[in-house]
Design a protein around this ligand. Structure first.
Ligand code: HEC
Length: 377
């Protein structure tokens, strides 16, 4: 049963990046060097880039390594199936999750390709629709190609304290009966990007920063004495226009976060922004920026989060943003961006999450066990 992708679109509000990967379409970027395309086939499926994001989004909440949950009680993987580490996937007691080159003997594939109303289908019925056909195909293809994990081993990345569920980490330490470290949402990068970007960066002279004392910008350190800056409009967004933005030029090298939501900036401001090499986050929602301006943001190679909600951004800018390989979150809800452009961007930057429509609240349902455990408390 093949569900046409477009008919699913309204429901796939935040579809995962790999959604649109199809084997017969050439990959937008150069094929990965060590896996040259063979016989016209696209490059091999990359577990970490293409498969892991699917599992992480749709499976991990129920299938992660046993670890203390927010209530301090150990949260066990459902059905004993652990999907957040290579060991977990390859040594499952449940049966073969992956039989190399045999998707039909691989529970990881058979469980997701069962009919939508099958009680054993994963993710479970009560959790929602089956994985989109493209994702199923991709997992199948990955297994057909041998199910290699590349260098991915999963769990045990040196997660930073920021990922710890508030204050629970210390207590969790006592409960390490398990062979795995505590389960935490994984950071993709070993080192927070701002830590890397601030290395060797001299703080700006106080006199330079003092020029902003009278606004309209609020210029602050990212925190912990970082020379990197967070710049916002501090409630004076109606005074922030393209001319005002130009006053940021002397500190452009240090700006890591720029909050310009609902200000009066337009495309010309994007030139100033494009000169901010350490920019990680920019919020331009509900401003007058459009295609030509936004396309210039492609110069900010470190950008992770870009909010363009309610702007005149369109496909031209999307094509340019496809060059932002660090991109993680891109908000293009209520813009002129087309579904096709979103699909292309996801191909170009498989790690990015593109929010193309209003996000619906996630269903609260969990495994019955989890619900019961919470009720008891
Ligand atoms: C809402 C919780 C939940 C989510 C999300 C979920 N699962 Fe499961 N999964 C379960 C439960 C519960 C079981 C145990 C079912 C049983 O033993 O009858 C299970 C069992 C399995 C099994 C073993 C099946 C078997 O026949 O023994 C596999 C494989 C599996 N899940 C894969 C996945 C994959 C892949 C995803 C994501 C696409 C996923 N699950 C998402 C709850 C979940």
């Amino acid at each position: 049963m093949r569900i046409p992708f477009l008919s699913l679109l309204p429901f796939l509000l935040v579809a995962t990046p790999v959604l649109a990967q199809t084997p017969d379409k050439p990959v937008a970027d150069k094929p990965v060097a060590e896996k040259p395309a063979k016989d016209g086939k696209a490059a091999a499926v990359d577990f970490e880039k293409q498969i892991w994001p699917i599992l992480e989004k749709s499976c991990i909440e129920c299938h992660s390594t046993a670890a203390p949950g927010p209530d301090g009680k150990t949260k066990k993987p459902k059905g004993g199936v652990v999907l957040d580490s290579k060991d977990g996937i390859t040594t499952s007691k449940k049966g073969k999750l992956i039989a190399a080159k045999k998707p039909d003997d691989s529970l990881l594939f058979t469980s997701i390709s069962l009919p939508a109303d099958d009680d054993d289908r994963m993710p479970p019925k009560k959790k929602g629709a089956p994985l989109p056909q493209d994702q199923q195909d991709l997992i199948k293809k990955w297994i057909e190609e041998g199910g290699s994990f590349g260098s991915w081993t999963g769990k045990k990345a040196d997660d930073k304290a920021k990922d710890a569920p508030k204050g629970k980490e210390a207590e969790a330490g006592g409960d390490k009966g398990k062979d795995k470290p505590a389960d935490k949402p994984k950071e993709k990068e070993k080192e927070a990007p701002h830590v890397r970007l601030q290395k060797g960066l001299q703080p700006l002279p106080a006199a330079t920063l003092a020029t902003f004392a009278n606004g309209p910008f609020l210029v602050q350190s990212l925190g912990d004495g970082s020379p990197l800056l967070r710049v916002g409009c501090a409630g004076r967004s109606d005074e922030v226009d393209d001319t005002a933005l130009r006053t940021l030029a002397p500190i452009a090298s240090h700006v890591a976060e720029l909050e310009l939501a609902r200000s009066r900036v337009s495309d010309a401001a994007c030139e100033t922004i494009a000169a901010m090499p350490r920019l990680l986050r920019v919020d331009l929602r509900q401003t007058q920026v459009g295609d030509t301006g936004v396309a210039k943001l492609a110069a900010c190679k470190e950008l992770r989060d870009v909010n363009l909600f309610g702007t005149k951004t369109g496909d031209y800018a999307m094509a340019a943003l496809g060059g932002l390989k660090a991109l993680q979150n891109l908000y293009v809800w209520q813009t002129e961006v087309s579904a096709g452009a979103v699909v292309r961007l996801r191909e170009q930057v498989p790690g990015a999450r593109v929010v193309f429509a209003a996000e619906l609240p996630e269903p609260m349902a969990e495994g019955a066990g989890g619900a019961r455990r919470r009720a008891q408390k």
